[in-house]
Design a protein around this ligand. Structure first.
Ligand code: C5P
Length: 306
């Protein structure tokens, strides 16, 4: 018997670094990015019932209808596998929406992995990958998690041997930014970049510990701040608190607008988060989730999932 219902964790990601290599013929941009999952997560409930895909969301920014990426993921898998049974998806959103944390993509990947299990399809990550790629550029990464390199549109995912173990301060300026609009601003001027080899350095060097993230750059930041100029001052202030508080890296994730700092020390991370909250900012502490930890979550029998 398949389990009638599952409650699953869908982790957020940050882009530790993001380099834009050029514009592609399909309108997307060729990227080189370093993904990292963190323990900030949405709860995704799956219940097999009826003949339709129904999604309920507790967040206004994540639509409770068929346009929701999680619903599209279920529909795509159902069609692919020739399943007639419906599913009710319940989303409890904790990951800020439109923030660069990949919440919608993560929910969608978890729906694919969860339904693969509930419908006993045994497609696994490899079998789900083509469906994930069609849903969105960030969805494939969430089949793997951990510290991983993303190439192509970000949808060619290479889990890395080097897994970052660190504490993050995640700061939400509560100002959603549209990803497509940020990328559209880039098209005008892709300039040669001095930082082009920093991700290469992260992947290949023997630099020990959290310090390896130093020098990573998000090349979408400038375009994001042009798209949302009201954020510029706030982002500057956030970065200042993170860096003076001991962050090895302080950056924007994806196309923004969430900023994060990477810390070796949890006490320093907590102190920086406290200072940011004193300034009226929404700041929380998270920990990195390694690829092994992420994949272990999916490896056991269904009762181990919660
Ligand atoms: O794939 P996804 O729907 O998440 O991407 C959102 C938008 O971001 C795309 O429509 C595209 O405009 C832009 N994008 C891009 N290059 C990428 C990823 C996304 O131009 N590698």
């Amino acid at each position: 018997m398949s389990p009638p219902g599952l409650r699953l964790r869908a982790c957020a990601k940050v882009n530790l670094g993001l380099e834009v290599l050029g514009k592609r013929a399909d309108g997307y941009h060729e990227l080189r990015t370093l993904f990292q999952t963190i323990d900030l997560h949405d709860d995704v409930g799956l219940r097999l019932r009826g003949r339709d895909v129904v999604v309920r969301s507790d967040h206004l920014g994540a639509p409770g209808d068929a346009s929701n990426l999680a619903a599209r993921a279920a529909e795509a898998l159902r069609r692919f596998a020739g399943i007639e049974q419906g599913v009710e998806i319940t989303l409890r959103k904790r990951i800020p929406v439109g923030a660069g944390l990949g919440g919608g993509s993560s929910d969608a990947a978890v729906v694919l992995l969860g339904l693969d299990r509930m419908w006993r399809l045994r497609l696994g990550r490899g079998g789900l990958l083509p469906l994930a790629r069609r849903l969105g550029a960030d969805v494939p990464y969430f089949l793997y998690g951990g510290t991983a390199l993303g190439l192509g549109r970000g949808d060619e995912v290479y889990p890395l041997e080097r897994q970052l173990r660190a504490w993050l301060v995640v700061v939400d300026p509560e100002r959603p930014v549209a990803t497509a609009a940020v990328f559209a601003r880039l098209a005008a001027g892709l300039t040669p970049r001095e930082n082009g080899r920093n991700i290469f350095r992260f992947v290949t060097s023997d630099l020990a510990g959290v310090g390896a993230v130093r020098g990573l750059v998000n090349e979408l930041e400038q375009a994001a701040l042009e798209e949302a100029p009201d954020l510029r001052e706030r982002v500057g202030r956030i970065r200042e608190v993170l860096v003076t508080g001991g962050a090895h890296l302080a950056a924007l994730t994806g196309s923004g607008s969430v900023c994060f700092g990477v810390f070796a020390d949890v006490a320093a991370a907590r102190a920086a988060a406290r200072r940011l909250r004193q300034q009226g900012l929404r700041a929380s502490v998270a920990r990195t989730v390694t690829g092994a930890e992420y994949r272990r979550y999916w490896a056991g029998p269904a009762r181990r999932t919660r």
